[in-house]
Ligand binder design. Structure first.
Ligand code: G
Ligand code: G
Ligand code: MN
Ligand code: NA
Length: 254
């Protein structure tokens, strides 16, 4: 209850921050994108992760104001990096179920792009399977509108939801993200290895790219590379970083 009260003013009070986790090409190690991840610098409880407040924000409807702030901040930050002469990156923003279903989502995305000056090709939205399967027809239509604007879409936490494989082929998406629960035991768990390699094969059959999240060890990376995974994200390469830290990392890559 305490958290919920604070949530109402937190956007206006500037208590939210974004950190950015690099996404890298699995073969070259080249950074091609970042995922924006929200944190709440709570005046009493310190830095809170999204698991502590996104569910509350969803229930209370605060997710709309928060989600809009995330979109605007991520687009603006990406445009700033580009204007500073850094190599262009694609920025990925997580969209939760209520946000995705909101009528105004497409309009909010268009506005964030326009206000920031960011070209749409540098923005991606990550949605989960659950979001899409709630109302398949409508979700596919909305994804089509977003794609038509020139942004990319990916399916987050893939394999943990229940999108049917036949539905998957009608989604105008570019990437599947293998959930970190399947990545954790690569190298020791034959079941997870079968799942990960099947997702990679499925993605490629559907002409999608595939990224593994939560990659923490060389062993996991070796497995993914050997099985043809395209991209990775995880502590092995980098934790989520503050904007200035990311800038430094990008400068070293130039
Ligand atoms: O940041 P962390 O690694 O703790 O993220 C935990 C979860 O919170 C992830 O599932 C991620 O998708 C979600 N999340 C992180 N940032 C955002 C955000 O800006 N909006 C929404 N809706 N979810 C987010
Ligand atoms: O949106 P999504 O559910 O994919 O959010 C990614 C989450 O995974 C964030 O909470 C992020 O902080 C976390 N994360 C990123 N890299 C790693 C990693 O290497 N290991 C683990 N355990 N979590 C990670
Ligand atoms: Mn995500
Ligand atoms: Na995920």
């Amino acid at each position: 209850l305490h958290l919920l009260e604070g949530l109402r003013n937190a956007v206006d009070d500037g208590q939210f921050q974004l950190v950015y986790q690099p996404k890298v090409d699995l073969r070259s190690g080249h950074i091609f994108g970042v995922e924006a991840l929200v944190r709440w610098a709570h005046p009493e409880y310190g830095l809170l992760g999204p698991d502590r407040f996104i569910p509350l924000a969803e229930e209370s409807g605060m997710i709309f104001a928060l989600g809009e702030w995330v979109l605007q901040t991520a687009c603006r930050q990406n445009q700033l990096w580009q204007e500073a002469g850094l190599p262009p990156l694609r920025i990925s923003v997580n969209v939760s179920p209520r946000q995705f279903e909101e009528q105004r989502l497409v309009q909010r995305v268009a506005q964030a792009l326009e206000e920031s000056g960011l070209a749409p090709e540098w923005l991606e939205l990550e949605v989960t399977e659950g979001v899409i399967m709630r109302d398949l027809q409508q979700a596919v239509a909305k994804m089509g509108e977003l794609r038509a604007m020139g942004i990319s879409l990916s399916i987050d936490d893939f394999g943990t939801g229940y999108s049917s494989l036949s539905a998957l082929k009608s989604f105008p998406i570019s990437t599947l993200k293998i959930d970190k629960s399947f990545v954790r035991d690569l190298g020791s768990n034959a079941g997870d290895e079968a799942i990960a390699s099947s997702i990679i094969g499925l993605a490629h059959q559907l002409r999608l790219r595939v990224i593994a999240e939560g990659v923490e060890t060389e062993e996991q990376r070796a497995f993914l590379r050997h099985n043809g995974c395209d991209e990775m994200q995880g502590y092995l390469f980098s934790r989520p970083l503050a904007p200035e830290q990311l800038r430094q990392l990008l400068l070293r890559q130039m």
